[in-house]
Design a protein around this ligand. Sequence first.
Ligand code: FAD
Length: 301
Amino acid sequence: MRGSYDVIVCGGGPAGVGAAPAAAREGARTLLIEKYGMLGGVWTAGLLNPFFECVGRGWLVDELMRKLIEAGAFASWRKERYGDFVFDVESMRRVLEDLMRAADVELLYYTLVADAIVDDNRIRGVVIESKAGREAILARTVIDCTGDGDVFARAGCAYELGRASNGMVQPMTLMFEITGLPEGWEQKSSQELYDQMIAVIEQHRLGYRLPYPRCNYAPWVFNTPVSGTAVVQCTHAKADPLDPASLTRSTIDCRRQAYETVDIFRRIPGLEKVRLTHSATQIGVREARRLKGRYYLTPGT
Ligand SMILES: Cc1cc2nc3c(=O)[nH]c(=O)nc-3n(C[C@H](O)[C@H](O)[C@H](O)COP(=O)(O)OP(=O)(O)OC[C@H]3O[C@@H](n4cnc5c(N)ncnc54)[C@H](O)[C@@H]3O)c2cc1C
């Protein structure tokens, strides 16, 4: 038994870093448990650095934007859309830790929430796995922010997965970062870049197939506040978010796609100096389990 809290937040992605300070600011003794050594989830471990339509959204988003601006870690993306910004991923990790410290949220990194402790039809705590072994932590309230619904699934709650018609989830994307871009290059439209990539593949007979048959979702190149550097959304894989073997295959396949993308970029005039600096720690999972809740949030009309 490791201890007990008023609130345990499981997972430190965008949902968890909102839930934990919200609870702590109400006076709840709050623990946030995260399997990686960073906060931010898809934002940071997933290297997904755009902040779309974020202006005027409210307290945490406003606070994050203010702190990222103060750190020189926030920049605008393409000029044509209002309210689209990009952040520096490394700074985001630190800013989120500062926010948690200021709100008195206790952090526990490198810890996997492995099970739920359920008694009398209520969740009473969680079982964690770490280098310290298997431990239990109790709480009055447990909030599942794992993105995958790990905790509610272990607690025995009903959930849905994938489309009703065939059970398929949205494809996954391994984001990657590149350097060596010339000034202003990120303003190039996805369509222009896509057409250039197709031309390069044909001209050099590379035998690559772009992961997207049209340019709808790729390539998206998001500049970062660090000059010459961008984050690229171009890889694509169908995988089962609950099967580690499937996630492994997809990650390896997406990494191959990332290297091929950079190989193509380097054959486009002006992009010869582009280098892949790193790919995301975690393949970007767009959807996994959905709790069958009492209420559903649906897109506004
Ligand atoms: C390529 C891509 C493009 C996207 N584009 C958009 C977009 O344009 N607009 C939009 O609104 N959304 C978009 N999304 C979706 C958006 O990123 C997610 O909805 C959002 O990240 C969900 O936040 P979350 O905190 O619920 O989950 P996550 O970001 O997945 O965070 C979950 C956190 O929990 C941790 N965790 C998971 N399991 C455990 C466990 N068992 N124990 C401990 N820790 C655990 C993880 O390490 C992670 O830090 C996109 C996603 C991807 C991948």
